[in-house]
Ligand binder design. Structure first.
Ligand SMILES: [Zn+2]
Length: 344
C-alpha cells in the first residue's frame, strides 16, 4: 500500500492550494471603526443603535461582507452561522469557545477561524483557501520529497501534552468501517511513515488517542457541512452532508479556549462520494484511512501547508481518488507534532 501511495500522490500535486489565510476587510470596517472614534457623542449613540449593513437579522452571514474584527457591541455574532470560503460555514460559539473549521475538497481545502474574545468584546474571523482553477500550471519542479520537507504550520490550539483524545465513532448511513477510521487516527498519533525503516518517526509525539465507543448522534457537523453546536464529545465518522458543495470530502471542527483544544468533530462525506477501505480501489473512490489521517492532523493541532512544493505532506490539502499517500506522514507532519507534543 505504501509503495503505491507515493506514486499516486505525485499525480495529485497540481491540486495544491495557493493562498495562506487571507484577510478580508470591507466597508463594514469603516462603520465599526467610526463608532469607536466617536464614542461619547450623541452621533455615536445613534450609530451604535444601528447595526452595520452586513449584520442582517436572520440567516447565514457572509464572512466576505464583514470586517475581519467585529465588536460584539456592533453585531453580536454569537450563535449565528457565518459562511467563509467555498461555502464552509460555522456557527459562532456562544459559550465562550473559539472555533476552527476545515474542509477537505477534491480541489483543495478551505479554512474558517472564528476567535471569540468575550472579555475584549471582539470576534475575529479569518478565512483561507480559494478555488483552484482546473489544470493550474505547476510553478515549480514538482513537490519536494516528503521525507525531506520539514514544512508545518500549527492550528491556534492544541491538546495538553500527554493528553489522550477520547473519540467516538459514528458509522453514518453507509456504514464506514471503524477500523479504517481508527487506522487514520492512529497513523497521525503514532507518526506512522514510510520514511524510516521502522515504519514510525521516533521519538513519538506525546499525545494519545483512544476509541471510546459508538456515537448515535454523529459529529456536530450539519448536513450542509456547517460546524454546529458542540456536545463535549469528540465524534468521528460518516455523515450524509446533502447540502454541502459537491467537492467536499470531509469537514473537521475544532473548538478551543485560549490555546487549548477542548473538542473536535470529523465528518466524512457520504452523500455523492465513494470511499475506499481495502482491496482494490474502485476508480473515483477516496481512501478513508488517508483522509482521516489528514483530518486527524487537524484534530491534534496541525494546519494546512499550502503550495505545490509541499503537496506530498499529509497536511497538504491534497488528496486524489485512490490515493493513500496521506496515510503515511512526511517530515513536516512529524516536525509539527513534535513542536506541539515533543518531549525533548
Ligand atoms: Zn484539511
Amino acid at each position: 500500500m505504501h509503495g503505491f501511495s507515493r506514486a499516486a500522490k505525485a499525480g495529485a500535486a497540481t491540486a495544491a492550494l495557493p493562498a495562506a489565510f487571507a484577510f478580508v476587510v470591507t466597508a463594514g470596517a469603516v462603520a465599526a471603526g467610526a463608532m469607536t472614534a466617536g464614542s461619547g457623542t450623541a452621533a455615536a449613540a445613534v450609530q451604535a443603535a444601528r447595526p452595520p449593513a452586513w449584520c442582517k437579522a436572520g440567516g447565514t452571514l457572509s464572512a466576505r461582507a464583514m470586517p475581519q474584527k467585529i465588536r460584539i457591541a456592533d453585531c453580536d455574532l454569537r450563535g449565528r452561522a457565518v459562511r467563509g470560503p467555498n461555502g464552509l460555514t460555522a456557527v459562532v460559539p456562544a459559550d465562550g469557545t473559539s472555533l476552527v473549521a476545515h474542509s477537505l475538497r477534491t480541489g483543495g481545502g478551505s479554512g474558517l477561524r472564528i476567535l471569540v474574545d468575550d472579555r475584549a468584546g471582539e470576534i475575529t474571523i479569518t478565512t483561507s483557501g480559494g478555488r483552484v482553477p482546473e489544470g493550474r500550471p505547476r510553478t515549480s519542479g514538482g513537490p519536494q520529497d516528503p521525507c525531506e520537507d520539514g514544512t508545518h504550520r500549527p492550528e491556534p490550539s492544541k491538546w495538553p501534552k500527554g493528553h489522550t483524545v477520547e473519540w467516538r465513532y459514528h458509522a453514518g448511513t453507509t456504514g464506514l468501517p471503524r477500523s479504517s477510521v481508527a487506522k487514520g487516527v492512529a497513523n497521525m498519533a503514532l507518526a506512522n511513515t514510510d520514511c524510516t525503516g521502522g515504519g514510525r518517526f521516533t521519538p513519538p509525539p506525546d499525545i494519545g488517542e483512544r476509541y471510546s465507543g459508538e456515537s448515535a448522534g454523529g459529529p456536530n457537523v450539519t448536513t450542509d457541512a456547517t460546524c454546529g453546536e458542540r456536545d463535549r464529545v469528540n465524534t468521528f465518522g460518516g455523515k450524509a452532508m446533502t447540502g454541502a458543495e459537491g467537492d467536499v470530502l470531509a469537514a473537521t471542527c475544532i473548538w478551543f479556549i485560549g490555546a487549548r483544544t477542548i473538542e473536535t468533530d470529523m465528518a466524512l462525506q457520504e452523500h455523492g462520494k465513494r470511499w475506499w477501505t481495502d482491496g482494490t480501489c474502485m476508480p473515483g473512490s477516496y481512501s478513508v484511512e488517508a483522509v482521516v489521517t489528514h483530518e486527524a492532523g487537524h484534530v491534534f493541532g496541525l494546519a494546512h501547508v499550502e503550495g505545490a512544493d509541499h503537496a506530498k505532506l499529509t497536511m497538504a490539502p491534497v488528496v486524489a481518488a485512490c490515493d493513500n499517500g496521506p496515510a503515511t506522514l512526511g517530515k513536516g507532519d512529524y516536525d509539527g507534532l513534535i513542536d506541539l507534543y515533543g518531549t525533548g
